[in-house]
Design a protein around this ligand. Structure first.
Ligand SMILES: Cc1ncc(COP(=O)(O)O)c(C=O)c1O
Length: 405
């Protein structure tokens, strides 16, 4: 009889999934730190601020009041109502509570949506550079990611004409993320109208609009929700959550707003897999939506100030080109000139080994663009203190000067 090995029982769902490049970089940074190396990590994808006080107090109060039981699967009615109201007031989406489902984080809202709408072989259009989780979820649903390219030359925005050319009868979903992780690009109303026209011309395609970074925007920009454009409501699943704008990553709370049949499907998935989101966190989320927003604005201003700091450094560095991010808290410099020098000098052969070299030789961790389907850029997070940022940028600059010398 052969020896029993539990690993032989694992399915394609797990054996086919590679360690994400972001996780690989932060793991490497941790390991080097544990060995006593002085490492600065600019890989983090979460606010470095704590959740505002009044939200934390609302959670404590909810616990004391006994909000410790299972919550209804689609969310507490009062939170669904508060979200519908927020979407009406802030996003111009005509939305009723029955069109909202509360989830355990925006990621779960995206997962449940994709699992509800994508069957084996269905195509999902991803716009590169894209948040890496999208591709993994589409593959787990046995869908086919169709990846459209962009570059710094077009502001890291895929054009509506590219989407039009990629639509087929198997297209189920187009995934839009504005403001974007990792590029910080924010689609204008005109760009979204063009995209909406393309999507409406297809018999059945829908759009997932991931708006998780909507409160972190710069230069006075106000992001537009594609679901608010004429004729787009029945075609749009708007995803949002509390992780980024309210600095609530660890609370795990997000939501989807969609046409009722889709909301009911998402709810079914949620009932089957995880049940309703944490009850006392939902009470705190009502306080987040309905309470004062000054702390959200203070965090936004801090990110904007850090963006200026990061841009000042990056614009001085050799071998890179960068656009000012309009939203989120990442810079996404194009490093093509530095990469070709690194190749010529046999320092690194691709963006992954380039980032490994930066970490091992200069003690700064950044995320390779390959994590987002873009092999010619790196992502730096500015969800870090000014001191950490300055130190990390100085190391990056030293590394680039060494390569470009
Ligand atoms: C583009 C994007 N969408 C969604 C999420 C996940 O949000 P949540 O913490 O609510 O699951 C992230 C987190 O990094 C993200 O970058």
């Amino acid at each position: 009889m052969s020896i029993f090995r539990p690993e032989n029982n694992l399915t394609w769902r797990v054996t086919g999934v590679e360690e994400a490049a972001i996780l690989r970089m932060s793991r490497k940074a941790r390991e080097l730190r544990a060995k006593g190396h002085d490492i600065i990590s600019l890989t983090i994808g979460e606010p470095d601020f704590d959740t505002p006080d009044h939200i934390r107090q609302a959670a404590c109060k909810a616990l004391e009041e006994g909000w410790t039981h299972y919550a209804p699967i689609p969310g507490l009615p009062e939170l669904r109502a508060a979200i519908a109201e927020k979407l009406r007031k802030e996003n111009g989406l005509s939305c009723v509570p029955e069109e909202v489902v509360v989830t355990n984080g925006a990621k779960q809202a995206i997962t449940n949506t994709i699992f509800s709408l994508v069957s084996e072989g269905d195509e999902v259009i991803l716009m590169q550079p894209y948040w890496v989780a999208y591709e993994g979820i589409v593959r787990l649903a046995r869908g086919k990611p169709v990846i459209l390219s962009s570059s710094i030359e077009n502001g890291y925005k895929v054009a509506a004409t590219q989407v039009a050319a990629a639509l087929t009868e198997r297209t189920k979903l187009v995934l839009l993320n504005s403001p974007s992780n990792p590029s910080g690009a924010v689609h204008s109303a005109t760009e979204l109208k063009a995209l909406a026209n393309v999507i409406r011309s297809h018999p059945s395609a829908m759009v997932i609009s991931d708006e998780i970074y909507e409160y972190i925007v710069f230069d006075g920009i106000r992001p537009v929700s594609i679901g608010s454009l004429p004729g787009m409501k029945p075609r749009t699943i708007t995803i949002n959550g509390f992780s980024k704008g309210f600095a609530m990553t660890g609370w795990r709370l997000g939501y989807a707003a969609a046409p009722e049949p889709v909301v009911r499907a998402i709810q079914k998935m949620q009932g089957a897999l995880t049940a309703g989101a944490n009850a006392f966190v939902q009470r705190a989320a009502i306080a987040a939506l309905e309470g004062p927003r000054d702390s959200v604005e203070a965090m936004r201003q801090a990110y904007e100030a850090r963006r200026s700091l990061v841009m000042t450094w990056l614009q001085e560095m050799p071998g890179v080109r960068v656009l000012p991010p309009r939203g989120a808290f990442y810079a996404f410099p194009d490093i093509r000139p530095a990469l070709s020098e690194a190749r010529r000098k046999e320092i690194a052969e691709d963006v992954d080994s380039f980032c490994d070299w930066l970490l091992e030789r200069h003690g700064v961790a950044v995320v390779p663009g390959s994590a987002f389907g873009t092999n010619t850029a790196i992502r730096l997070s500015f969800a870090a203190s000014a001191e950490e940022l300055e130190a990390g940028l100085e190391r990056l600059s030293t590394g680039l000067r060494e390569i470009m010398a």
